[in-house]
Design a protein around this ligand. Structure first.
Ligand code: SAM
Ligand code: SF4
Length: 326
């Protein structure tokens, strides 16, 4: 699919639930966000139908996200169904890792091609402070399982928010030293509660990392879905990556759309633009009508975000990151 400014769209991020077993300070308020009633959340057959229409129009890769995707019941079955859709050749998942240890084999058996685990710190107290839950040890066990079994590629996502030392950022990069684990740092975006925190730019973080690890050399040998820029560090098997939406805007190469858990096809991370697909799906409309609605929304996909101007820009989506899926 080609959008209104000529970009090829071949990737969809599907949020499978707005529920989460953590409460990360940059993502949600402490009390959580108002949850969707269960019957407002898309059912598997509705997600598969949208994915089939998108696949017929050139979408090849799917990311399952949330909320926390592993709290959605029978998530492996959803993934297996997506993998069976002709044209979809890559289904990956981003998880907070709390349930990964027990679910790793089930996910890989279902055909999940790669796993990303969000881990902001190795330190238990700091982890509690960031996620408001005492789950660091379970997440570390999940990561250990994924490294030891090694059946699919593993990436770690880390959002710097409370300081490099406090979050043990340098220790987190150690994960990439001996195993082919790619550690990626995500710049805080002014979405959800993210706008409340001090922003640490890629530039500052990279300079600090280079002081510790030596020169970081750009490389392009990590398969993925988009905007992460990877670097090789001496004596590291895995790569160090940066996803820097604020300091290195990558909208001109945007290849994606997003589907929220309640069926809104969202065409830009920042803005509230797109199309509500659930009313169409549940009105019994034909695939042609759905396809036309999707194409119309894509023709109006914004050319770019304006995160650099801070939170609360006119037209910005009021959904939090847990509702959008990252
Ligand atoms: N619960 C899963 C997880 O945490 O990996 C999947 C959903 S979460 C919304 C997806 C990614 O968005 C996570 O890596 C998280 O750290 C990141 N994220 C959440 N809020 C953010 C913000 N304000 N700025 C940048 N990244 C954010
Ligand atoms: Fe949950 Fe992921 Fe948001 Fe943390 S970042 S609260 S794990 S959805």
């Amino acid at each position: 699919m080609i959008d209104g400014v000529g970009r090829t769209i071949d990737y969809i991020r599907i949020s499978v639930t707005d529920r989460c077993n953590l409460r990360c300070i940059y993502c949600m308020p402490e009390e959580g966000v108002p949850l969707l009633p269960h019957d407002e959340i898309l059912r598997f057959h509705e997600i598969w139908r949208i994915a089939e229409i998108l696949a017929k129009n050139g979408v090849r890769r799917v990311k399952l996200t949330g909320g926390e995707p592993l709290v959605r019941r029978r998530i492996a079955e959803l993934a297996a169904g997506l993998k069976r859709i002709p044209g979809i050749d890559n289904v990956t998942i981003t998880t907070n890792g709390v349930l990964l240890e027990e679910m790793y084999d089930e996910l890989v058996d279902a055909g999940i091609d790669a796993i990303t685990v969000s881990l902001d710190t190795l330190d238990r107290d700091t982890y509690c402070q960031i996620t408001r839950r005492d789950e660091a040890e379970r997440v570390k066990r999940g990561i250990r399982t994924a490294v030891e079994k090694g059946r699919v590629p593993l990436k770690i996502n880390c959002v710097p928010v409370l300081g490099m030392e406090k979050q043990q950022i340098f220790e987190i990069t150690e994960l990439a030293r001996t195993a082919p684990v790619h550690v990626r740092f995500i710049e805080m975006m002014p979405i959800g509660t993210g706008g409340r925190f001090e922003f640490l730019s890629e530039e500052r973080l990279r300079a600090a990392l280079e002081e510790r690890l030596g020169p970081l050399t750009p490389c392009s040998d990590v398969p993925g879905n988009g905007p992460c820029r990877y670097f090789a560090a001496e004596d590291h098997v895995g790569r160090i990556g940066f996803i820097s939406a604020v300091s290195h805007q990558f909208c001109s190469a945007c290849n994606r759309v997003r589907l929220t858990a309640e069926g809104f096809l969202k065409t830009c991370l920042q803005y509230d633009c797109g199309v509500e697909l659930k009313p169409l799906l549940r009105s019994g409309c034909s695939d042609e009508v759905l396809e036309q609605a999707i194409k119309r929304a894509l023709s109006e996909k914004p050319a770019g975000h304006h995160f650099g101007d801070g939170a609360g820009q006119p037209g910005s989506d009021r959904r939090g990151m847990s509702q959008i899926g990252g």
